[in-house]
Design a protein around this ligand. Sequence first.
Ligand code: HEM
Length: 459
Amino acid sequence: MSTDVSPSKQIPHIRELPLLGSFRDFTGDRLGLFMRISQECPEIGAFQVGPMRMLLITSGQLAQSVLINQADEFFSGKLLQALVPLMGARNLIIIHGDEHRQQRKLLAPAFQPRRLSDFAAVMADYAAQMVAGWAEGEVIDITEQMPLVTMRVVGKTLFDVDFKHEARELNDAMTVSVDYLDYLSSSLVPLPLSWPTPRNARTRRALATIRNQQTAIIEERRRNPGKDMLSSLIGFRDENGQGLTDEQLRDHASTIFVAGHETVAIGMSWTWYLLQHNPEVYAKLRQEVDSVLGGRLPTAEDLPKLSYTLQVVKEAMRLYPPGYIISRAPLHDTRVNGYEMKTSDTLLISPYTLHRNPELYPEPEKFLPERFAPEAEKARPRYSYIPFSAGPHTCLGNFFALMEAQLLLSVMVQRVNLEALPNQKVVAHPGVSLRMSSYKLRVSRRAPVERPQAHVASA
Ligand code: HEM
């Protein structure tokens, strides 16, 4: 039973074609469709994708009711079943209720702030290695480079494995797998993976590469346990002496591996795109990095001083939230803020549209990192910025991700200048995440910057 006692309200349905509904826009111009619904329907708007009724939530307040106040009445829904081939059926994102609470409690200690500061050195070091590998004048594709480094970071910090040599093969497998997930989540009748089509054959190979890698790491950690997250999951026993099943272990490992590197890489790529179009922001960022760090690598202690860097990262994720779509479905017919919702409905909450509310973010399309200066941030309602979702399924890696982005960006800005090749058309690919098309940047090395002067107290 819903706890909602607000007066009943009708959900407006947008104008669309008979039968197919908004299928064409949902697959071909998803962001345009979401923006149109946000403008036409101030709280919630319904549309059809073939036989499926979808409800796009367009107000922060209603999003808060679904994600937080009535969270127990919802689960992740049909759309996110697309994640199963890659993350397994017991992955944290799609399980719910008591099973979710229990499993999340097991994973959470790895992400405590105390642990995170140990990870800073790995993040900064891997960023420095990536940049050192680029030659003067070389042209890099930022969308290819970022996942290589974020994958290494997750491998080392959470599994104690260095993917230096496997990163490229794993990344290729990830690209094929994510293309398949995009296909699954946007097809009315997807062909089963067992059918012998070229796409399916490619996908099966890619999924096997990733799954085999996870299994090999789990085997290795069983033989040589360490202090990493995976070792503690393997060593966990409940009050009855029961450990996690192999399936649970593999699903957690895949979820952390996939959720933990792809999103940060996407966020970083969009950040570089925005910096290229906003040279004054790039200059101010460089100035902060140089004055805080000089030529040395950043540590966890530097993070509070790299405050503009963090504002740049947050503003980039306001405009291009990698997790641009959060999906839910009611566990039983229910009512939220007066709106009737059925178990057959798919609810969508889009940080992409919520972050473009002009009342909260004037001139929303402008890239203005100062929006995230501490005072400005405090002045906005609590859930007006949700790149990491909210409620019981809030991203487990949100602090990890922000810290990683801050460190990777500061090391890159410190050591190289990146300049976009002219006349590139960059487009967003809104599938399971908000990927970006290829983006080429020319590398030039920066002259070493002096170390900042240590402050010497006068006697
Ligand atoms: C910029 C980077 C990231 C973004 C934008 C992001 C976004 C999200 C979003 C939107 C969800 C939510 C789901 C929902 O409510 O259904 C989520 C869940 C999750 N994320 Fe992240 N994420 C990022 C980085 C990371 C990292 C670095 C890790 C781990 C190393 C991670 C691990 C997870 C996990 C385990 C969940 C599932 C949580 C649960 O269902 O209880 N994420 N993330």
